[in-house]
Ligand binder design. Sequence first.
Ligand code: MTE
Ligand code: MO
Length: 393
Amino acid sequence: MTPNALGRRTVLGLSAAGLAGLGSTALAPLAAPARAGAPAILKPLPAAWFVDYGTNAEMAWDAVDPHRYLTSQSRLFVRNHTRTPVLDAAEHRLRIFGDGLDRPDGVVLGLRDLRRRYRRARVVTVHECTGNGRSLFATQQGQQVSGTPWRLGAVGTVVWEGVWLRDVLASVGLRTGASSVLATGVDDEYVDKGVNLGRVRRPFPLAKALDDAFLAWGANGAPLLPDHGYPLRLVLPGWIGVASIKWLGSLEVSTAPQSSPWSTRWYNVDGPLDLNPVRSAWELAWEAQIPGSERIELTGRSWSGAAPIARVDVSVDGGASWAPARLHPRPYAGLAGHGWTRWSHTWERPEPGPHELLARATDVRGRRQPDVAAYNPNGYLFDAVVRHPVAVV
Ligand SMILES: Nc1nc2c(c(=O)[nH]1)N[C@H]1C(S)=C(S)[C@@H](COP(=O)(O)O)O[C@H]1N2
Ligand SMILES: [Mo]
């Protein structure tokens, strides 16, 4: 055993409450044992593709290729509370336990067990941080909110490969009365203002577990990248990003209600958040300089956590007049889940000078982007129609 591994064991032996009492100075060496100085995100973040916020990185919409439907992992946004851990797939274990199981001791599964014992499946989802669009609370609505100032690039569409959690739970055996599942990652414990809040974790209803919750080891035909949860992550289709716990280490199935700071203190607006709202983005830089011409082909995408997109209306004159965008067919529509919808619009004889482009999407359940997003102090769920500034030059 290496000295680092010993250090890690020591940390694990302490309770979260015990650690919290140590204070931040005592915690500092424990919180960063193995890879001091290592970057929080391991994949390359070229400036043309990403806005780099340190532990988080946003996809640049002007780098999105209109001909590619899926977001490759190399281009997908990253949201880390601490840093990407380096894990060994052969050693990694998922522990499923709790009083909601038939077997009180639960089970411990390796990646090989998951691959061999269960029916392999794929699901396509819009993967999105619910803080996506947060900076627009300030720039478009004049409201101060806290958190990473994402514009609209904390989103992607991914085909995940793995197994349905319901198949795994069926083989483990649920007890009557099981009602909630707490998912926990094995990345470093999260210390906020000197208080150790423990590992990133969040509960979700058993109904979601038995519906479409997914255990993913792959994305778009490749193993997960370390930054996206290698070797195993949870995916809760349509739900806010934080629900999809990366580096999944355990699932506690309980007959009692569960909570964590990620369901009470954060990602909560009058209750724990679940579904992502409807949003749209143009495949353009913010304040893009567009060369003038007789007709400009504009492209963008719209998406909703709840359902596929039914229609998109666009305005190239700041909202004075609207026209339906041309919606493109959705690839992977035969798979479980749903991704975003690409669309385009021909801008006829644009005047030189500044303009605002607007797109308003409606999903097949009738949810439609409003003019103003509901304020909340942490800036979640920004779903208003965005006024995207461009200039025709
Ligand atoms: N273990 C763990 N899981 C996590 C997080 C984290 O920091 N640690 N961040 C969450 C948040 S807030 C989001 S938006 C998504 C981001 O997933 P990605 O980085 O693969 O795009 O992961 C979620 N799962
Ligand atoms: Mo997030």
